[in-house]
Structure formats: C-alpha cells, structure tokens
Design a protein around this ligand. Sequence first.
Ligand code: AMP
Ligand code: ZN
Length: 114
Amino acid sequence: MQDCLFCKIINREIPSKIVFEDDEVLAFHDIDPKAPTHILIIPKRHLATLNDLDQEDAALVGRLQVTAAKLAKELGFAENGYRVVMNCNEDGGQTVWHIHMHLLAGRALTWPPG
Ligand code: AMP
Ligand code: ZN
C-alpha cells in the first residue's frame, strides 16, 4: 500500500526501532509510547482495519498474539504483566489504517481504558 505509514516502515522507507521480524510479522517501538514499553506488532500484509479480517486470516492474527507473548518473555515483563490492544476505527481510537497490536508494559495499567 503506497500511502500507508506502516507499509513504509515495513519497506524501510521510514525508520523505526525494530525489535522482531519474520516473514509475516514486524514489531517495532511506538514513536509516542504510552507506557515504559510500548511496541507495535503488525502483519506485513496490508489490512486496513480489523473489519477486513476473514477466516483465513486467523493464523496471521494468532501470530501477532504469539509474538506479543514471546516478546514479553524475552523483554522480561511476562510475569509482572502487560496488555495487548487492537483499536478499530474511530470509536476504537484507531489512527493508522494498517492493523496493529499494541503491547504495553512496564507500569500498572489502569482499567477500564478511557
Ligand atoms: P492507533 O491509534 O491504535 O491506530 O495506534 C497507532 C500508533 O502508531 C500510535 O500509538 C502512534 O504513536 C504510533 N505511530 C505513529 N507513527 C509512528 C511511527 N512513525 N513509528 C512508530 N509508531 C508510530
Ligand atoms: Zn499498510
């Protein structure tokens, strides 16, 4: 997707602090962190919102979650805890139209979210 910010990050047209990459997934630090650790985990395939998911995307979304759990262990906050969030469309607070999982950790997060 030509005008997609996260596709540009995947293609290295925009710099980012990458923490994990495989053939289907990229994880990098959020530019405006909302917690001491704030990582975005994205599929390399462009999907604008969660509403675009089909049954055949189930494994891909699963890989995002498995990547979050793996990073939590590797980065040392799995036991203390963390949160994963995926925002969809305006009411969900989505601002970048390429699906992404937020991985937030490093402080006690409040609930419910705002
Ligand atoms: P959302 O509001 O759920 O769509 O999340 C989009 C996230 O992307 C926000 O937390 C932004 O801080 C983050 N973001 C925007 N631009 C960049 C960038 N160039 N590099 C890393 N993260 C970004
Ligand atoms: Zn994209």
